[in-house]
Ligand binder design. Structure first.
Ligand code: SAH
Length: 477
């Protein structure tokens, strides 16, 4: 059957045409958790399928060497397949792996990290096999998120939609119950849905830029039980906020309700202005022994149980004895800086979001930690200038540099500075194995050697994976 397709090249040189039906074996998983299958070397990406599935599908887009197809039915299911708990699992862009058994999800994530480090990072596969530690899985891969972030929109019949975006689109999958969220978030979404309908505020329309309510963000402190609700809105004059407050204050743990104003026609979720409607404009949570205060605009890891395991791994890799100067680049609200401070001589935390640095300074204060300095600015700029600044001369020669950048990875200017500063160890915490591998290549070419690697699952049911790597100066060992 596959050979027929080879002779069927259309004018574009593509062996398949739109709407054509195919039968295909799924043999891999793509970067976003989608299934991958091949017919005579031609690659198809298909959502909702797992390796080992043999399926019938319809071609929806066919490029020269790869295409996308939609599942029609499963002819014979994979042994790794499991029934998704959520009825939206096939459509929702949040849980692309829900139909894959959890042990297989972990295996997939570990091999994703390994493959990136080999293919992009240029690390020898056998060497990697010898240094890679087993993936850190979750005891319960559901209800783990401490942050719900749902877009709000309008359906075809004028109904209010609140949910996740469907994969690769901005269509909202209306969700009344999301299995990876906390119970409290699901409960609050229900209250807000009713309020939006009653209050006559309009959901935002991305195309026209009209409407009032754009996003709902709910954060809950896993250890403190505190809850914060932040509505991202287009303007300050939201109707009937008293009714919303009245409904929400009865929710157990409600600590703060606020508006975030984002009037721009942009994909960026939040604006910079926060208006507090009720209570405090932050919540608190504890990781290990340290209490953290978290503002709506600050980054905070979404899986509190796994975060502690992730930070423990980073701390372990840093091999601190109490004498070291440590840099924590991309420090957010100072979580890693404060987590390692007790085992270091002095720590420098650098972060670009001013509110996060304010939180970080406050966090050092409330925990009585005095050996940490937080500076606001771009890591790539500050790393260089710190070395030349007399005021910070005590921090100029770090023994250990920890980096925990966003998905785009480290700026090359920062990597250059790290190589110049030449710390004994670098601990790289990453949420994207592809950019991690790209940066590791630069660091290994600059004289470092990768010593330990461990994947940690912070995002069960999704294709994302977190990784911690230890590099040390190859000349020193
Ligand atoms: N280490 C923290 C935060 C990691 S997320 C934690 O575990 O909680 C990455 C952080 O990098 C975010 O807080 C983001 O605001 C920050 N960031 C993004 N670009 C940056 C840059 N160029 N310089 C410094 N910080 C940056």
């Amino acid at each position: 059957m596959a050979k027929v397709h080879y002779n069927k090249k259309g004018s574009s040189g593509c062996p398949f045409s739109k709407n054509e039906e195919i039968k295909i074996n799924i043999d891999d998983i793509g970067a976003n958790g989608e299934g991958i299958g091949h017919i005579d070397g031609y690659t198809f990406f298909i959502n909702g399928v797992v390796p080992g599935d043999y399926i019938r599908a319809k071609v929806i887009k066919a490029n020269k060497n790869y295409g996308y197809a939609k599942l029609i039915n499963i002819i014979s299911p994979s042994e790794y397949r499991t029934e998704p708990v959520c009825k939206n699992a096939d459509k929702c862009g949040g849980c692309t792996l829900q139909h894959l058994k959890y042990e297989k999800q972990l295996e997939y994530k570990e091999s994703k990290v390994k493959n990136c480090l080999v293919r992009i990072g240029g690390i020898d596969r056998d060497y990697l096999d010898s240094i890679m530690q087993p993936v850190i899985g979750m005891d319960n891969p559901y209800n783990y998120r401490n942050k719900a972030q749902f877009p709000v929109g309008t359906g075809r019949n004028g109904e209010v939609l609140i949910g996740f975006f469907a994969g690769r689109t901005h269509n909202i999958i209306n969700t009344s119950f999301c299995y990876i969220q906390s119970e409290i978030s699901n409960h609050i979404i229900g209250i807000i849905r009713e309020w939006i309908i009653k209050s006559r505020n309009k959901p935002y329309n991305e195309l026209t830029g009209e409407g009032d309510i754009r996003h709902i963000i709910i954060r809950n402190g896993h250890t403190t039980g505190q809850v914060m609700v932040c509505l991202v809105v287009t303007h300050k004059n939201i109707r009937n906020t008293e009714l919303l407050i009245e409904k929400l204050v009865n929710v157990s743990g409600m600590t703060g309700i606020c508006l975030n104003i984002n009037s721009e026609k942009t994909n960026r979720i939040m604006g910079t202005e926060i208006i507090t409607l009720y209570g405090k404009n932050y919540i608190e949570d504890r990781i290990g022994d340290i209490l953290f205060r978290i503002s709506p605009l600050s980054f905070y890891q979404v899986n509190p149980v796994q975060t502690q395991k992730l930070y423990n791994t980073a701390l372990d890799y840093a091999e601190l004895t109490g004498k070291e100067i440590v840099w924590d680049m991309y420090c957010g609200i100072g979580t890693i800086s404060l987590f390692v401070a007790g085992r270091a001589k002095a720590v420098l935390g650098v972060e670009i979001v001013p509110q996060a640095i304010e939180d970080a300074k406050k966090n050092a204060e409330i925990n009585g930690i005095h050996n940490v300095t937080f500076i606001c600015g771009a890591a790539e700029e500050l790393a260089e200038s710190i070395c030349l600044d007399e005021e910070y001369s005590y921090l100029a020669k770090p023994d250990v540099i920890i980096v925990d950048p966003p998905r785009k990875g480290c700026d090359t200017k920062l990597l250059d500075t790290i190589l110049k500063v030449n710390p004994e160890r670098i601990v790289y915490v990453s949420c994207d194995p592809a950019t991690l591998a790209r940066d590791i290549k630069i660091l290994t070419e600059g004289g470092y050697k990768i010593r330990k690697v461990r994947a940690c699952d912070m995002f069960g049911m999704s294709g994302h994976v977190e990784t911690v790597c230890l590099l040390s100066n190859s000349i020193l060992r």
